[in-house]
Design a protein around this ligand. Structure first.
Ligand SMILES: Nc1nc2c(c(=O)[nH]1)N[C@H]1C(S)=C(S)[C@@H](COP(=O)(O)O)O[C@H]1N2
Ligand SMILES: [Mo]
Length: 534
């Protein structure tokens, strides 16, 4: 049976199989070249481009689903798991495209003379490679190499891949019925062995090289040698409460990029244009050296953060107050807004009114005393008090003075125009192993967490046990008026099953919204509860 003669032409399924093998190898080679020398990684570039083009409703649905699945399956830090999922989807998308292309090439080749298969493969390589090249060039974040080298690399790699597809068809087919199952199996085994080797080698070597890339914190972290401003606060957090100051490495990351844009400080300028007397280009040193640094402890939250979620963090931000910078921009009297645009195509419009009314609006260049990490927006990001992260561009490249408001990136995609941070409170811990036995023999169990209401601050936190009375918790003096507040409630222990619920009041005395709503489009609301069996 092994030597049974076949119809001379390889079929569509064989094409899909060959496409799978060759595309896996192609992805691995792109990966390796990206990690070793910074050539573009097309899979991520194309994925990012598509995610910017898709309608906001689809993207929002996708993000929502992802956050839910990650939390339901307990996949760890939401932001990190989401990025991993996006990267996986990007690679899978490229792989599937390759499989389909393989099937199509074989289908078409069957209708042609065998000798033309290689030409056909070349055409297929161009058909896939040219759009990939153009997309990577216009929207890609992965390349460190120059545009021409990147373009030649992408096109060349796809052409070779296409030729290999055509060559495989050629090797697997005959113009007559002389090809046997054994010939074909041997050919496929050889091809499989070669592509598997390339795939594994590319992935392994690329991964080893990966450690050397990516921007690490430069210099000593401020927090390594300084006490926090509230170090002497009277209240100690309940054991198990999250760190009040989020370690730099643990701060969540959310943005529209599969991998963070890498900006080279030497080439970077903050370009200021539009309704100004004359355009300006500021270096990072201009911002750092010509203006007094403003240091602010700030809690940033993502509008996609569910109640009790981990897309929230507190850091020490350093930068230049925009109010301080404004007179030096030479704004024309007609100017009413600033449009901030980022290297990744993200943008936001800030009314000059907001800046003139609030000196805390800040162009930020450092977190925890070191230049922003690439993932947090190096070299420059803005801080605007009281609004969710979706209105606060990282990787700012330019500021254009205009005379009108426009919707920003996420407002255009259906999210709330103001995106004001809602008050929220979270139970981090019911510290059952930390009972406190008092002199009167009463036993207390520390319960604690955080409460946050943007720049409005938190005036009161209350805890309810099993639907009973709301009891006031104690508040720790916060790091600043712009951060969350750590609260603690020492609960008189009773055995059994208990449910704890928390709520807070913002600095104006407004109670947080108890009604549950999902993050989209206004930010999540609802009360956080924890049940425990004692
Ligand atoms: N250029 C740019 N800036 C951006 C974004 C982005 O996608 N691109 N995402 C915003 C969103 S939605 C959030 S929540 C914050 C998150 O900042 P972080 O990743 O440093 O925590 O960045 C904001 N700034
Ligand atoms: Mo966000």
């Amino acid at each position: 049976m092994e030597n049974k003669r076949l119809n001379g032409k390889a079929g569509i399924l064989t094409g899909a199989l060959v496409g799978a093998m060759l595309t896996a190898a192609l992805i691995a080679i792109f990966y390796l070249a990206w990690k070793l020398v910074g050539l573009p990684f097309v899979a991520f570039d194309v994925f990012d481009w598509i995610s910017r083009k898709l309608p906001g409703s689809i993207i929002t649905f996708g993000i929502d689903m992802m956050v839910r699945v990650i939390r339901a399956l307990n996949l760890g830090a939401t932001a990190e798991a989401a990025k991993t999922a996006e990267q996986t989807m990007a690679v899978a998308g490229m792989f599937i495209t390759g499989v389909i292309t393989g099937a199509i090439v074989f289908a078409v080749a069957r209708a042609w003379r065998r000798g033309w298969a290689i030409l056909l493969g070349l055409i297929a390589g161009a058909v896939v490679g040219i759009p990939a090249l153009l997309i990577s060039r216009s929207a890609g974040q992965t390349a460190v190499t120059g545009p021409w080298l990147s373009a030649v690399w992408i096109l060349g790699a796809f052409l070779v891949w296409g030729v290999a597809l055509g060559r495989a068809y050629y090797g697997l087919s005959a113009d007559d019925a002389s090809v046997t199952r054994l010939n074909r199996r041997q050919f496929l085994l050889k091809l499989g062995g070669a592509t598997a080797f390339i795939t594994v080698a590319g992935a392994v070597v690329g991964n080893l090289a990966a450690g050397r890339r990516g921007r690490e914190a430069e210099g000593e972290l401020w927090s390594a040698s300084h006490a926090l401003p509230n170090a002497n606060a009277a209240l100690t957090p309940a054991p198990g409460t999250r760190p009040e100051f989020t370690p730099l490495k643990d701060h969540y990351r959310i943005d529209i990029n599969t991998i963070p844009p890498a900006v080279n400080e030497a080439d970077w300028r903050l370009r200021i244009s539009g309704l100004v007397e004359s355009p300006l280009a500021l270096t990072l040193d201009d911002l750092r050296n010509k203006y007094p640094p403003l240091n602010q402890f700030i809690t940033l939250a993502c509008i996609s953060n569910p109640v009790g979620g981990d897309l929230i963090g507190t850091q020490r931000w350093t930068g230049v107050s925009l109010q301080r910078l404004l007179p030096d921009l030479g704004l024309r009297p007609e100017a009413t807004h600033l449009k901030l645009s980022s290297v990744d195509g993200f943008f936001e419009i800030v009314p000059l009114e907001t800046i003139r009314a609030d000196e805390r609006v800040m162009l930020t260049y450092a977190w925890d005393g070191v230049p922003l990490l690439a993932k947090h927006g190096f070299p420059l990001r803005i801080y605007i008090p009281n609004v969710y992260g979706m209105k606060q561009p990282k990787w700012i490249a330019s500021i254009e003075a205009t005379d009108h408001w426009e919707p920003g990136y996420w407002v255009e995609r259906g999210w709330n125009r103001e995106a004001q941070m809602k008050a929220t409170s979270v139970i981090d811990t019911v510290a059952v192993n930390m009972m406190i036995v008092q002199a009167n023999e009463r036993t207390l169990i520390p319960v604690g967490g955080i409460a946050h209401a943007g720049a409005r601050g938190v005036s009161k936190v209350e805890v309810q046990v099993d639907g009973g009375e709301w009891r006031e918790a104690r508040l720790r003096e916060p790091l600043s008026g712009l951060t969350w507040v750590v609260w603690r409630y020492d609960w008189p222990f009773q055995p059994g099953r208990h449910t704890f619920t928390v709520r807070c009041y913002d600095g104006n005395g407004a109670l947080q919204i108890a009604e549950e709503s999902p993050p989209h489009p206004n930010g999540a609301s609802g009360l956080n509860s924890k049940s425990i069996m004692l």
